[in-house]
Design a protein around this ligand. Structure first.
Ligand SMILES: *Cc1c(COP(=O)(O)O)cnc(C)c1O
Length: 462
């Protein structure tokens, strides 16, 4: 399997280089040269199989001959063995035709574990083969840092430096990073904002001397392996509800559009999906784009679903590329213009192709709050604010037939807002409850790029 860039100016690469490279050198995103497909019989056979086996089958199509099937299955079993639920991503029914897919049973209690756990194992495997080691530098506003630390702790060929803004993340979020005892993890409390952390990250990646001394890597959501790993639960949940004989709808709380695009990938691979509802909070760039055809950045607003406070959805470029029939010249033109002007007018044929699959719905904080209460009252299920955005979207997008709502975080991860909305205090699951007792280990530094780059260099060489 070869991977091409959405901008068309980088050579095609294999799976290993697409995973280790992340972004293509021409600034585009990697996509497979052709979409691998499953037959109806293969799709039906996913029903009732262990999650790790389906993951190995799906990822195997993308890895081609670059990972031994037995080795891939072993990695998937290890990755999903870290989840606290035997079904890995279980479903709960909340209405006659409506099901919540719980993606939060991983070690950091957010859906990012699903992709990060397998990505870490692929990384370590490929780096070991190439006798290389890398240092992952990560700036987090909350969830990504914890998922990365949990996934890479103890990795042989990878060190992680996780930067977070001092006093601006929740205690639970901080402790998921700072209580890892492994020597390959370093946590940095930066005396500044998340924007300061991101600026330092950018500075570090542009510093040639640092990059020469340290093999720096990033684990952002544009890595194709993360998308491939997220396609897996579309297959398992749809098969459980009768696909491929019955088409299934999905409702996806969305920020960077990685999770929702993974559904599109599953569809391209043959899964009969009727509709994907993209549920955003007040940061509604995607909802506006699907409704009006204009993809235009707005100012970022802080909401009670902070992991979705994003106004330019990186993975949207992959969908655009598909919907302009893989025209890399047009994709380059559109996204270079977006970087300059903050807007793209989607060509009518491409918009029609998007609207055939996607509906966008934007949900305000008030409605999300009310949905936490009504869901608790009507079903007994306590949901987090991100999931609430998706559940609320159900009543704005009439859907027929079985519908799966993706639940992306455990309510205890956003305990304060959930308690405020519902009066019910969500408890941390058993595995995470010792978080408060474990010793923390982190360094504090001013938001100064040179100081932090010197720290990263010293850690990488230690
Ligand atoms: C990252 C995240 C999202 C958004 O996912 P995207 O793939 O960026 O669209 C939604 N909910 C939670 C809890 C997240 O951490």
């Amino acid at each position: 399997m070869r991977y091409v860039s959405t901008r068309g100016q980088s050579p095609a690469v294999g799976f290993t280089d697409a995973v280790l490279g992340g972004l293509a050198p021409d600034g585009g995103l990697y996509v497979p040269e052709t979409w691998p497909t499953f037959t109806k019989a293969e799709l039906a056979a996913f029903a009732g199989r262990p999650y790790a086996e389906v993951a190995a089958a799906v990822l195997g199509r993308f890895a081609g001959d670059e990972v031994e099937p037995a080795e891939l299955l072993r990695m998937c079993e290890e990755a999903y063995g870290t989840f606290s639920h035997k079904a890995v991503t279980p479903m709960t029914q909340i209405g006659p035709q409506t099901f919540i897919l719980e993606l939060f049973h991983g070690p950091s209690l957010a859906f990012k574990d699903v992709a990060m756990q397998i990505l870490a194992r692929l990384y370590d495997h490929f780096l070991g083969q190439q006798r290389r080691s890398q240092t992952i530098l990560c700036a987090t506003s909350g969830d990504t840092g914890g998922a990365a630390v949990e996934a890479f702790r103890g990795a042989r060929n990878v060190r992680v430096v996780a930067m977070f803004p001092e006093g601006r993340i929740s205690e639970v979020q901080r402790r998921f990073m700072t209580t890892a005892p492994e020597a390959n993890i370093a946590c940095l409390s930066v005396q500044g904002t998340f924007d300061d952390c991101q600026a330092i990250l950018k500075d570090a990646f542009q510093d040639k001397a640092l990059r020469q001394a340290v093999d720096l890597a990033a684990v952002n959501s544009i890595n194709f392996a993360r998308i491939a790993a997220q396609a897996v639960y579309y297959f398992t949940s749809a098969a459980a509800l009768g696909a491929p004989d019955r088409p299934i709808n999905f409702v996806v709380p969305s920020g960077n559009f990685g999770d929702a695009f993974a559904g599109f990938v599953a569809m391209k691979m043959g899964l009969p999906i009727k509709r994907i509802v993209v549920a955003t909070n007040a940061n509604d760039i995607l909802a506006r784009a699907f409704a009006t055809g204009r993809y235009a950045r707005g100012a970022v607003q802080a909401t009670i679903s902070p992991a979705m406070d994003i106004q330019s959805a990186s993975n949207f470029e992959r969908l655009y590329f598909e919907c302009v029939q893989r025209d890399a010249v047009e994709t380059t033109r559109a996204f270079e213009a977006f970087a300059r002007t903050g807007a793209i007018d989607i060509p009518p044929a491409a918009l029609a192709a998007m609207q055939q699959v996607f509906t966008g719905v934007a949900i305000g904080d008030d409605e999300a709050f009310k949905t936490i209460v009504s869901t608790l009252n009507e079903t007994g299920e306590l949901i987090d604010p991100h999931t609430a955005v998706a559940v609320a979207a159900l009543s704005h997008a009439p859907l027929e037939g079985p519908t799966v709502v993706l639940s992306t975080a455990h309510p205890a991860k956003f305990a304060e807002d959930v308690l405020k909305a519902s009066g019910a205090a969500p408890a941390l699951p058993r595995g995470a409850s010792s978080l408060a007792d474990r010793p923390e280990r982190f360094d504090r530094l001013p938001a100064d790029p040179d100081t932090i780059k010197a720290y990263v260099r010293a850690f990488a060489e230690s």
